[in-house]
Design a protein around this ligand. Structure first.
Ligand code: AMP
Length: 545
């Protein structure tokens, strides 16, 4: 008899098997008042696939999406790759020129565009280099006047409820998107079905290791607070779906609405960058909602101790995780023991803010300039290089940068750090952000962490400015609480930094030459402090205060 062994390919469509079998009635909600179950999610995926096939979409085609975080977007996360096509999640916060660049560079064949972004598309449309079809989402009329434009709602009407999603090679590209583009043109990365499926399982396993962990489980209610265009919302919509968790999609991020949704829908699991957390905490000072059921993973930038303290004081269970666009993104997560094993509040905050331990299968090394592992002495730093089954294989159409990224067979993160005595990674800086002064390396993150604890400081960024004598000198940019006096804050900052220097915890060169007060610190399109721009802005500042 012939052996009919099924050589199971790892495909996005398979993430739907278990929830549809064990939890088909589970709810998915969004702020546009849609509320349906997993069965309906599945039907919509099939209907949409039939509609896209009718428009001519076939394996290998690319569909760009410009949308807020909605149920529809979740449907695109599945339908497009399941057809063998490629989902291009467009970063809606890039400039028009950069959006145009990514659409052309990604070779998009169709754009699905939410009503709110029609004007952007209208402006750049003539410069799109390929013939393109446009599907308007949440739009009742054709705002674009030509016959290659379709209304989403019309398109899915009266379509068959079944589509045959074929098997194909698990290494087929499923998604692509572009890095935030603070330096030159944005760079494109892509992920295969296999990579996304293993990443999904990898995070679920990696977050279950410790006792008091940020495990996502089927009694959780999940809501993204990292946009779905940014590294697939860090991959959580795929994880939540696989586990059959109740999901809530918040649309456009508005602090009050986000908090209302957390309260009304009883959200227990989310993830975001520090600036979004800060925004939520500020808003909740007015609303005073109970956030004690919320597990929140903070990544994208280091979470300062003061921010972790503030979150904890509002009841949120926060921990740090680390990754990047090029790594799908999961690399490490802080592992929390049961509270009983934590000796003090200070210790608890320290554990929450550690960059964390590598996830399963993540081979993480800290290397010196000669690619040798640095000694593990709780102090010696080097570049973080990694291998894992879900890292991007390079930058789209950029061989040179791809070779650099994968030099020596490990992906170079461009981040600097060390492994502490508990085995946790501590990131001290990005290579480009380290301040090199008087022959010493000063961690901009360390300065920021110290300054952020000073009363009156709302936000801080430390950068190095070129200096003839010392190579570079640190300056800090502070957004202060309006009611506080700048001179008093300056005094506090200097006192704190000099204490740390006296204790030997900070290099003697770390005292900033200048403290600049601003209303707000410039951010990148994904809400991180834009140090490149700050360096440019302050490059001529006099640093001999
Ligand atoms: P992106 O590709 O925009 O997601 O940015 C990735 C970069 O964000 C990393 O290379 C790090 O420099 C930084 N990053 C991400 N997570 C953390 C973290 N937990 N602590 C410090 N930096 C982080």
């Amino acid at each position: 008899m012939e052996n009919s062994f099924y050589n199971y390919p790892l495909l996005i469509k398979q993430l739907l098997i278990s929830p549809l079998s064990s939890n088909p009635e589970q709810e998915i909600v969004d702020n546009e008042n849609q509320r349906y179950d997993y069965k309906r999610l599945n039907t919509n995926i099939h209907t949409l696939a039939n509609a896209l096939r009718e428009l001519g979409i076939k394996k290998g085609d690319t569909i760009g999406v410009m949308a807020w975080d909605t149920i529809r977007y979740l449907e695109f996360f599945f339908t497009i790759p399941m057809m063998g096509a490629i989902l291009h999640t467009i970063n809606i916060r890039l400039s028009e020129q950069q959006i145009l660049y990514t659409i052309n560079h990604a070779d998009d064949d169709i754009l699905i565009v939410h009503h709110d972004f029609i004007q952007v598309i209208d402006k750049i449309r003539k410069k799109i280099s390929r013939p393109i079809k446009i599907i308007l989402l949440n739009s009742k009329k054709y705002n674009l006047s030509d016959n290659n434009t379709y209304l989403y709602e019309d398109l899915i009407k009266n379509k068959k409820l079944k589509f045959k999603f074929e098997d194909f090679d698990e290494n087929t590209t499923a998604t692509k998107f572009y890095t935030t583009g603070t330096t030159g043109d944005p760079k494109g990365v892509s992920y295969s079905h296999r990579q996304l499926v293993i990443h999904t399982l990898g995070f679920i396993a990696g977050s279950s290791v410790s006792n008091y962990s940020h495990r996502l489980h089927n009694e959780d209610v999940y809501m993204p607070l990292t946009p779905m265009f940014h590294v697939h919302g860090w991959g959580f919509p795929y994880m939540a779906t696989l586990l059959g968790v109740k999901q809530v999609y918040p649309g456009r991020y508005e602090p009050k609405r986000l908090l209302d949704l957390i309260k009304q829908e009883k959200v227990t699991f989310s993830h975001c960058v520090p600036t979004i957390l800060q925004m939520l905490l500020n808003e909740n000072k007015k609303l005073n909602y109970d956030l004690s059921k919320l597990k929140l993973i903070i990544g994208g930038s280091a979470m300062s101790k003061s921010l972790a303290e503030e979150a904890q004081s509002q009841g949120i269970n926060v921990v740090s995780a680390y990754g990047m666009s090029e790594t799908c993104p999961f690399l490490t997560i802080a592992q929390m023991p049961s509270e009983a094993r934590i000796s003090s509040q200070k210790e608890l905050i320290k554990m929450r803010t550690k960059t964390g331990k590598p996830g399963p299968l993540v081979d993480l090394r800290i290397v010196d300039e000669n690619f040798k592992d640095v000694i593990r002495d709780n102090n010696s730093t080097g570049e973080i290089v990694v291998r894992a089954p879900w890292l991007t294989n390079g930058y789209i159409k950029d061989e040179k940068a791809s070779k650099e990224l994968w030099k020596g067979g490990y992906l170079h993160t461009g981040d600097v750090g060390y492994i502490d005595d508990t085995g946790s990674l501590i990131i001290t800086d990005r290579i480009k952000d380290i301040i090199k002064s008087g022959g010493e390396w000063i961690s901009s993150l360390q300065i920021e962490d110290i300054v952020s604890k000073c009363k009156g400081v709302k936000e801080v960024a430390a950068i190095g400015i070129k200096d003839v004598k010392w190579g570079e000198r640190p300056i800090i940019i502070v957004a202060k609480i309006v009611t506080e006096n700048a001179e008093d804050i300056t005094k506090r900052i200097k006192e704190r930094i000099s204490n740390e220097i006296k204790k030997g915890l900070l290099s003697k060169w770390a005292m900033p030459d200048k403290i600049e007060y601003v209303k707000e610190i410039e951010k990148t399109s994904v809400g991180k402090v834009n140090k490149k721009l700050l360096r440019e802005k302050y490059k001529f500042i006099k640093t001999n205060e």
